[in-house]
Write a protein that binds this ligand. Structure first.
Ligand code: ZN
Length: 206
């Protein structure tokens, strides 16, 4: 594979359509909006959005994820979700089907779904205090590895193999400031793992 200074550019094949129609995404929407209400999905003062959430479709490698540049919406309507129908971690590419595109961060979700068939839901949030608090106390990705890259996908595999990510179900991304991922066999588990830590450290944003 030809590499340009070690960076393989993210590529998204976008099939524009209203493809989340027909999927039951009420629970996904509720959890996403809850995360937004807690400030865990949202927008920095500089206008950069953060956070996303996904759910696997049945037992497939396909999943529904909140679309790119949607983190500012307090309530995210179904048309702002998209279906990732295919992905290639090595090539840093995916195919998505929906009214909005999937971000490059979707590849990290894809890597987890690919590697751990029992995981059904993934939540990616930002919280500075929790990020500092949990770094190297829970599985933590290498600080040199940025989010949404093939390297991060491989870093996930390493954390599953060498650290106890499969049982902890939460990780800190040291190379992605404030970034944390949790997951579980369903949306409740993914959310509760996160919220338990937030209750413990009393970080709930107003
Ligand atoms: Zn992030």
């Amino acid at each position: 594979m030809v590499m340009d200074e070690g960076v393989i550019k993210y590529h998204c094949d976008w099939i524009k359509g209203k493809s989340v129609e027909g999927f039951h995404i009420t629970a996904l929407m509720q959890k996403r909006d809850l995360m937004h209400s807690l400030g865990l999905i949202g927008v920095y003062e500089n206008g950069i959005g953060f956070g996303n959430i996904s759910h696997r479709i049945n037992n497939s490698y396909q999943f529904i994820i909140s679309g790119t540049q949607t983190a500012h919406f307090p309530i995210l309507k179904p048309e702002y979700y998209t279906v990732v129908t295919n992905f290639n971690i090595e090539e840093n590419s995916l195919t998505c089907c929906g009214a909005v595109k999937a971000s490059s961060e979707s590849l990290t979700h894809a890597a987890i779904y690919y590697y751990q068939p029992e995981i059904m839901s993934i939540i990616h949030i930002h919280n500075h205090q929790l990020w500092q608090e949990l770094m190297f106390k829970v599985p933590t990705s290498n600080p040199d590895v940025p989010y949404g890259t093939p390297q991060m996908a491989k870093e996930m595999f390493r954390l599953f193999d060498e650290e106890n990510l499969g049982t902890e179900k939460i990780l800190v991304m040291a190379g992605h400031e404030d970034g944390i991922i949790s997951f579980g066999k369903n949306l409740d588990e993914a959310a509760n793992i996160l919220l338990n830590f937030i209750d413990k450290t009393d970080l709930k944003s107003s």
